[in-house]
Write a protein that binds this ligand. Structure first.
Ligand code: NAI
Length: 284
């Protein structure tokens, strides 16, 4: 049986993951604002370092996996912007940086980061917002969206999830991650019925947008089913899954972007690996 760290363990999809892992006999170290083994506010520097240290100590320096589900949703509110930035981006990358040696210690650890289909279905997310996140500059990311006014929260939310997804894909293939046996992947849910979505639906203008949004299979996703996807991505079945972004969104991403992906790798990226095919026949 394994030992898993789960952030956002007190509610919604994180909670569903905890229930399923615990029922299967695993040990779970939950991290959340309350009702968790490790109570920590991931929007603060002190909270994030407390979460890193406390989980490592409770796990005895060895983790079989981690699930990064804590997140702040895109419901409107100016005060919310710094929280979205800090929890959704730093609350993932700083924890994973801190936990990486413990994940490497298990030899074949699995990590699931919660992204979102907002990364591919939200228009007009500025490149500088994503770049600010990738430089770990949350203040700059927040400033870069202020001019959107009331529309800033969904843009920042999508920017934070895009950046955390790119961070995960960049690191997934690196020597310190894949090379250390850690499988790092991203789950990108669509609208799933959890307290986060309920909060959006409680705001009439937001509710209208959410309900009108195309979901080809219809309705909202179920937190328990998303929990099953996470458990699958933590299982042996995921031994060969690395740097993947798994969309479970009822078809919205495919509806809007059927032809956006897959795309061929740029020649400049692949050419060092092709040289032997480019030699003249007979040359060695
Ligand atoms: P939820 O609101 O039910 O759970 C989020 C959890 O994160 C809560 O327990 C909350 O206390 C915790 N959290 C928030 N701020 C925190 C902080 N400062 N420090 C520590 N913990 C904090 O939300 P849900 O829907 O289960 O979301 C899970 C993940 O899935 C989030 O990352 C969210 O962005 C993402 N997501 C959710 C979608 C949805 O429609 N519900 C769609 C796409 C992605």
């Amino acid at each position: 049986m394994g030992v898993y760290a789960v952030t956002g363990s007190a509610s919604g999809m994180g909670r569903a993951v905890v229930d399923k892992l615990t029922a299967a006999g695993h040990t779970v170290i939950g991290v959340d604002l309350s009702a968790a083994e490790v109570v920590a506010d991931l929007s603060t520097v002190a909270g994030r370092s407390h979460a890193v240290r406390e989980v490592l100590s409770r796990a005895g320096g060895r983790l079989d996996g981690a699930v990064l589900a804590a997140g702040v949703g895109p419901a409107p509110g100016a005060d919310r912007l710094p929280l979205i930035g800090a929890v959704n981006y730093l609350g993932v990358v700083e924890l994973l940086d801190g936990w990486r040696p413990a994940l490497a210690a298990s030899g074949r650890a699995k990590v699931v980061v919660f992204g979102s289909n907002s990364t591919t279905v939200t228009p007009a997310v500025p490149r500088r917002t994503i770049n600010a996140f990738l430089s770990a500059d949350v203040d700059r990311a927040v400033r870069s969206v202020r001019w959107f006014g009331k529309g800033a929260a969904p843009i920042l939310y999508a920017g934070s999830k895009t950046a955390v997804t790119r961070w995960a894909r960049r690191h997934a293939t690196a020597e310190q991650w894949a090379g250390a046996g850690i499988r790092l992947n991203v789950l990108a849910p669509g609208a799933i019925m959890t307290p986060l979505l309920e909060e959006q639906l409680a705001t009439p203008s937001e509710a209208k947008t959410v309900r009108r949004f195309p979901v080809p299979v219809g309705g909202f996703g179920d937190a328990g089913q998303l929990g099953d996807w996470v458990v699958f991505m933590l299982s042996d079945a995921a031994d060969f899954l690395c740097g993947s972004v798994v969309f479970v969104d009822g078809g919205s991403d495919a509806y809007f972007r059927a032809d956006s992906w897959p795309r061929p790798v740029p020649v400049t990226r692949i050419v060092p690996y092709l040289t032997r095919f480019l030699r003249y026949p007979g040359s060695r």
